[in-house]
Ligand binder design. Structure first.
Ligand code: SAH
Ligand code: MG
Length: 197
């Protein structure tokens, strides 16, 4: 039986070590979607120490599984340890490497795709997400408002490239006719898209 008690320690570790794990209100919002969807398959881009994947695993339907991709081997190690502690090795599969190299090899369909990695690559991640998401499924992207910078006109900061890319990303998501999308100002900003066709 999974022991979700460990999640508190994992969350504490993440916050204390400045690992950008899901913020409380974002987690709450996504959890409501997952409760409704009862996903069989979830794909995550950006595992970090496994916190979000572990939280999502509570909402999987019987026999469900999460595939989550992480580029940093130290984080992969930590995620695997945490997954073992909680006891959900059968529910979460960690794929190590650059998501842009791994995603092209995935062929399964997912009920929910969660994008939470390098902000400059969201457009590319999303292309794969679109292909891999089931009709009627959801694609959720985190940190799209990037600490308020995406919606402010102050752009003389070193994050300018990422900010411009996120703006282009949000526009593309909101304009895509195959999706019903919204931009939600909670946490660090998320887009939620339902794939209609
Ligand atoms: N989803 C996690 C937080 C992820 S933080 C949670 O909420 O608990 C973002 C992670 O994405 C970092 O660990 C970073 O190493 C990873 N990452 C960044 N670029 C990546 C890429 N191209 N492919 C895979 N992982 C990437
Ligand atoms: Mg995030």
């Amino acid at each position: 039986m999974p022991n979700y008690e460990y999640l508190k320690d994992i969350e504490k570790y993440g916050r204390e070590n400045k690992i950008p794990i899901l913020l409380d209100d974002t987690l709450e919002y996504i959890s409501k979607i997952l409760e409704e969807v009862k996903p069989k398959r979830i794909l995550e881009v950006g595992t970090a120490i496994g916190f979000s994947a572990l939280c999502f695993s509570k909402y999987l339907s019987e026999g469900g599984r999460i595939d989550t991709i992480e580029i940093e081997s130290l984080r992969v190690e930590q995620a695997l340890e945490n997954i073992e502690k909680v006891g959900v090795q059968d529910k979460i599969r960690v794929l190590e490497g650059d998501a842009l190299e791994i995603l092209p090899y995935l062929t399964e369909e997912y009920d929910v795709v969660f994008i939470d990695a390098a902000k400059g690559k969201y457009l590319e991640f999303f292309e794969h997400a679109l292909r891999l998401c089931k009709k009627g499924g959801y694609i959720i992207a985190d940190n799209v408002l990037y600490k308020g910078m995406v919606q402010s006109d102050y752009n003389k900061h070193k994050q300018r490239t990422a900010v411009n890319k996120l703006r282009a990303f949000i526009d593309m998501v909101l304009e895509n006719e195959n999706l019903e999308s919204k931009l939600i100002d909670i946490g660090d900003g998320i887009t939620v898209s339902k794939k209609m066709r």
